[in-house]
Structure formats: structure tokens, C-alpha cells
Design a protein around this ligand. Structure first.
Ligand code: ADP
Length: 612
């Protein structure tokens, strides 16, 4: 496992800090104005509080030195305490008030990530790099402590610290200029060292993710109902434990390297702080002896030096935090900016209509999956006539599903064209193009909602009569009738506790009902009966003509006998259409199709004899 964990190319964020801060401000203003208004108010309150804290002790001490009357002394103390209390409670109130708005802003912007993923060009949905980029982008928006929310606190803290720093500089101007320079230089050196560490972490984020992947995989499988049986029967626990342990080792090794980089940063930082504070206090004590500073002045300068250096460090570390938060926000913006391979709204519109005729044509189409060095399909030419019932057969891995993906516009060919009534489909709005198709794909993809919403693909306005008709055709009506809530019964238990668990066959029937309901001009059925029992399968075949009446259909199967009712059969082999024709003509041809059919038929004949 560890061998798979390699270094990815280093990356730099596309958007700088200023750009990301302005972006967040613009969005906050648009989504929830109170986020910005309260941020300004909290900053003001914090500045007042800071000044009050700085002057509190020296002012009281000053009054005592001047032997001020008791009421004046008590008034000063009371005034400061009241001011601090008001500032403190206003800050708490404002922060509480702003917290919900900050969450909403984070979630609204963060929502663009899954939305982008849901709407992106299909090849991205199968692309590992794209999915990792989504997870990386998500980090800045996942939870209250993530960059998109924490940035407000950092910004407030930074503005307040810079303001306070200006006051302190004015206060300390008559300290030794070289000392001021030392404080500033050492703080900036500390900042640069920390920034180097933080950039190192950012550049190695991919690596960290790679280390976590095997552990996530094992955790996922531990709760995955689909693999639970196999894990037990095939005793896969030790293997999964090894995978986890290897991931953990890689993670530990990564952290050791992180530790090395951070440790040197820490040592440098400690040395700089020691130098800075030591020098500052030496100068101040010297001044106290030579210039005869009063106790209250000494105290004011003493807290100012301490405060100044804390502030410089604070500004620097805030800068660093902001830098990290900005990188997280940039990752999300970069993800949303990723260009699309397909045309959507900017493409030509298409308005599929059942009364129109659609001819689909593959012209010299070759295709290889991204990152692969081998063509799955080579120079395929195929015309699907309007209303034709086409069957695609072939061995596992022959390229049947890939052919369907190209026809449906999930992938564009590497070479050649897919033409709809003679026009390259790439010019169309791809979302419009998908409206031409209805499909039952191999993977089960039922949503955790009611039967009704699954079939009608709509929350409110489904045609109930048509839905019942489709459920009947798909053989689910009896089941629905037996349920207390009928078609309003929920499917699955991930979301609804009262949901119904469906068997594989029932799921496939529900998918068929959904496909029939869509009533699109072209129906794709990719092994739609694989999970059905023979009686149910036969039932679907008998209804096939009725189900596909008036539309083009493409039926994929590896059960050759099941394709007899199609007008034309394509036999895919070696990346090309090796044979095509009707079932009878292909048998007559005595080629590969006939050979495979004979293998399957023989099996059934033998089965029959055994039963006799
Ligand atoms: P069939 O449907 O005939 O069983 P497929 O079209 O699914 O075959 O697959 C054809 C070939 O393409 C197989 O060798 C398979 O491994 C490969 N393949 C399928 N999907 C992908 C993918 N997303 N990325 C890379 N290779 C793939």
C-alpha cells in the first residue's frame, strides 16, 4: 500500500490573500450584511477595550502617586471597570449575533462545491484527481472552525492588532529606535519562518490526503452493507487491517517529516522571542535608572513593551493564519472555476420531442479512457435509425457500456464524432442532450425517497396515473398495493426509519418504472434484468415491444437469447463491431456470435436433460 503513496506535483494557490479576503467580504455583503457590520463593530469594541486595559493600572497608580482624593480614585477605578464590562458584554453579544450569519455565509458559498460536482461534465465524476480536488476544496468550508468562518475572527483580530500597534508605536517612540527595529525585524523573521512551514504543509496536503485514503477506505468498508457479507465469508478482516496499518504508517512517516520542519521553526521562533524581549526589558530598566521614570510611567512602558511585542507576534501569526485560510478559500474558488469540457448553457439548445425522429450515428469513433494507453473502441461506425430496437452483446469488458456512454454523451470520443441527425452533439447544451435519453444502468441508483418521487422524478407534480401504469409495466404494482402507504412508502433506511428495504430485483424494477415514466425518445437498457428471477425476466421480455413502442431502444445483454426480439444485434469484440445482423442471420453466419450462442444454448440443453 505504502508504495502507492507518492509525491504529487507541488502547487501554489491561484488567488492571493487580498483577493480571497475581498471575495469573502463581497459574498458576505451579498448573502448576509450583518456579518460585515458586526465585524466592524466588534473591531471598534475590541480597540476601545485594549486601550482601556493598557491605561487601567498606570492611571490608577498615577492617581495614587498624585495623592488624589478618594472619590476621584474610586471614580477612575469604577469608570474603567464599567467601560471594560460594557465593552466585554457588547463583544459577546455581537459575536453571538453574528455567529449564525457567518454559518449561513460559509454554507452558501460552500454549497457551490457539491453543486459544481453534481453539474460538472461527466468524465470528472469518474476522475480520481477531480474528486480529490473536491475534498481538498471542501476543507475550507467544512465546519465552524474552517477557513470560511474562522476568517472573520482572524480579520477582526488583525485590524484590532494593527490599530493597537500604531498606538503602541506612538507611545514607545522615545524608546531606543534600534530596539524598535529589533522588535520588528525579529517578529518579521519569525513570520517568514512560520510562513515557510505553512506553505510546506499546503504543498504537501495532497500527500497527507493520500496517506488518509487507505484508512478512509477501511472505515468506509467497515460500515458498508454491500461488502459486509464478503468480508466475513472471505475473511478479509486481516487484509483490511493491513491496509489500515500501512496507511497509518505512511501517515506517521508524513507527520515525522512535518515534525522535523516544524521543530526547526519552533526553535528559531523561541530564540527570536528571547532576543526581542530580553533586549526590550534591558533598555527599559536602563531608562528607569537613568531617567528616573515614575512608577506609573515605568508600568505603562513596561506593559507597552510586552504588549508591543505580543502585538507584533500577534499580527505576524494572524498574517500566517490568514495566509492559511486564504489558501483554503483559494482551493475552493479554484475548484469552482475549473473549466468544463462539455458545453452546457452556452451550447445550442435542444428540445427533445417524442414526435420527432432522431438518428444517432457514430462516425469513425475511437475511444480511450483518460490516463489509459489502450483504445477501448477503435474506428467504430454505427447508425441507429429512429425507432430501431438495437441489441448490443459481447463478452465482459468488450466495450458495450463504453459505447453507451459515448452515445449518451457521458464521454466525447477521443477521435471521430457522435452525430444527432447529422450534427456533432458537442455543439448542443449537454443537459438538453441528456433529455433525449431514458435509461436503466447497471449500478443501482435509487434515491432515498418515496416510490412516487423515485418514479416521477419530481417532488410535487407527478402524473399519478402514468406512474401507476409504469409501475405495472415494471411488475411492481402488486408490491405497491400491498403497502399501507402505497406509492408514498419511502425506499431505503438511510434517511427514513420507516423506509422499505428493496431486493435487487425490486430495485431494478423500480429503475425500469422510472425509465418508462421519463418517456424519452431513446431508451437505454444496460443489463436491466440481471437481478431479476427467470419469471420476472421473461415477463419484462414479453412486454419489451410494448415498453419500447414508438421510440428507439438500445438493449445491452450478455444473455444472447434475450436479444432475439431486437431488430438488429451488434456483437462487440476487440474494440470493434465484429458482427451485426438479426439473431437468425448471425446464427447462419456461423461466426463468433453463433459460437457463443451455442455455448449458452448447450448449457440450457444439458440443464434440461439433467432435469428429465
Ligand atoms: P462491458 O460493458 O462490455 O463489460 P466496458 O465498456 O464497461 O465493458 O469496459 C470496456 C473496457 O474499458 C474494460 O477493459 C474496462 O476495464 C475499461 N473501463 C471501463 N470503464 C473505465 C473507466 N472509467 N476508466 C478506465 N477504464 C475503464
Amino acid at each position: 500500500m505504502a508504495g502507492a503513496i507518492g509525491n504529487k506535483p507541488k502547487e501554489r494557490p491561484k488567488y492571493g490573500m487580498l483577493s480571497n479576503v475581498l471575495f469573502m467580504m463581497r459574498e458576505a455583503w451579498r448573502i448576509r450584511k450583518p456579518v460585515l457590520i458586526t465585524a466592524v463593530l466588534v473591531t471598534v469594541v475590541q480597540i476601545i477595550r485594549n486601550i482601556a486595559e493598557l491605561y487601567l493600572t498606570p492611571s490608577i497608580l498615577g492617581k495614587i502617586e498624585q495623592a488624589a482624593p478618594l472619590p476621584e480614585l474610586l471614580g477612575t477605578i469604577g469608570g474603567f471597570i464599567a467601560l471594560l464590562a460594557v465593552m466585554q458584554s457588547s463583544e459577546t453579544y455581537l459575536n453571538h449575533f453574528a455567529s449564525w450569519d457567518r454559518i449561513i455565509v460559509r454554507m452558501e458559498i460552500g454549497n457551490r462545491l457539491p453543486m459544481k460536482m453534481l453539474r460538472t461534465s461527466y468524465p470528472n465524476a469518474e476522475d480520481k484527481e477531480y474528486i480529490s480536488a473536491l475534498y481538498r476544496a471542501w476543507r475550507g468550508f467544512a465546519g465552524t472552525s474552517s477557513a470560511a468562518e474562522a476568517i472573520w475572527t482572524t480579520l477582526i483580530d488583525q485590524v484590532k492588532s494593527i490599530f493597537a500597534l500604531i498606538i503602541y508605536v506612538r507611545l514607545l517612540t522615545h524608546l531606543h529606535p534600534a530596539l524598535m527595529l529589533l522588535i520588528i525585524v525579529t517578529s518579521i523573521a519569525g513570520y517568514l519562518a512560520s510562513r515557510h512551514i505553512s506553505e510546506w504543509r499546503y504543498r504537501h496536503k495532497n500527500e497527507e490526503g493520500e496517506c488518509q485514503k487507505p484508512m478512509r477506505y477501511v472505515s468506509f468498508n467497515a460500515v458498508n452493507r454491500q461488502t459486509a457479507k464478503d468480508i466475513r465469508i472471505f475473511n478479509m478482516q486481516p487484509w483490511l487491517e493491513d491496509v489500515y496499518a500501512a496507511g497509518l504508517r505512511a501517515y506517521e512517516a508524513f507527520f515525522d517529516r512535518c515534525g522535523g520542519v516544524t521543530m526547526w521553526g519552533g526553535i528559531l521562533d523561541a530564540a527570536l522571542v528571547f532576543l526581542r524581549n530580553g533586549a526590550a526589558y534591558a533598555v527599559l530598566i536602563g531608562m528607569a535608572i537613568q531617567k528616573n521614570l515614575s512608577a506609573s510611567e515605568f508600568l505603562l512602558y513596561f506593559s507597552a513593551v510586552g504588549g508591543f511585542s505580543t502585538l507584533v507576534t500577534g499580527v505576524v501569526s494572524n498574517m500566517l493564519k490568514l495566509h492559511e485560510q486564504s489558501m483554503d478559500i483559494s482551493a475552493a474558488r479554484e475548484f469552482v472555476d475549473r473549466p468544463e469540457q462539455f458545453r452546457f448553457e452556452e451550447g445550442e439548445p435542444l428540445h427533445p420531442d417524442l414526435n420527432e425522429e432522431y438518428e444517432l450515428r457514430l462516425k469513425d469513433v475511437s475511444f480511450r479512457y483518460p490516463g489509459s494507453d489502450k483504445d477501448v473502441l477503435t474506428r467504430v461506425n454505427l447508425t441507429i435509425h429512429p425507432g430501431e430496437k438495437l441489441a448490443v452483446v459481447g463478452l465482459n469488458g468488450a466495450g458495450k457500456t463504453t459505447l453507451v456512454k459515448l452515445l449518451c454523451g457521458f464521454y466525447d470520443p477521443t477521435e471521430g464524432e457522435v452525430l444527432l441527425n447529422g450534427v456533432d452533439i458537442r455543439v448542443y447544451n449537454r443537459r438538453d442532450y441528456y433529455r433525449l435519453f431514458s435509461a436503466v444502468f447497471q449500478q443501482f441508483s435509487i434515491l432515498e425517497t418515496s416510490f412516487r418521487e423515485n418514479v416521477t422524478q419530481s417532488v410535487a407534480d407527478g402524473d399519478i396515473e402514468k406512474m401507476m401504469e409504469c409501475l405495472k409495466k415494471a411488475g411492481l404494482l402488486e408490491k405497491i398495493d400491498s403497502l399501507t402507504n402505497g406509492a408514498d412508502t419511502h425506499v431505503g433506511r438511510e434517511i427514513y426509519d420507516d423506509g422499505m428495504e428493496l431486493s435487487g430485483g425490486e430495485t431494478q424494477r423500480l429503475m425500469l418504472a422510472r425509465a418508462l415514466y421519463k418517456n424519452a425518445p431513446i431508451l437505454i437498457l444496460d443489463e436491466p434484468t440481471a437481478a431479476l428471477d427467470p419469471i420476472a425476466e421473461n415477463d419484462i421480455y414479453m412486454k419489451y415491444s410494448d415498453m419500447t413502442k414508438g421510440r428507439t431502444s438500445l438493449f445491452i445483454s450478455h444473455r444472447l437469447a434475450s436479444t432475439r426480439f431486437c431488430d438488429r444485434i451488434l456483437f462487440i469484440d476487440g474494440g470493434v463491431i465484429a458482427e451485426e445482423g438479426t439473431h437468425e442471420s448471425l446464427l447462419k453466419k456461423n461466426g463468433k456470435y453463433a459460437e457463443l450462442f451455442e455455448v449458452q444454448a448447450q448449457y440450457y440443453r444439458e440443464e434440461g436433460r439433467n432435469h428429465e
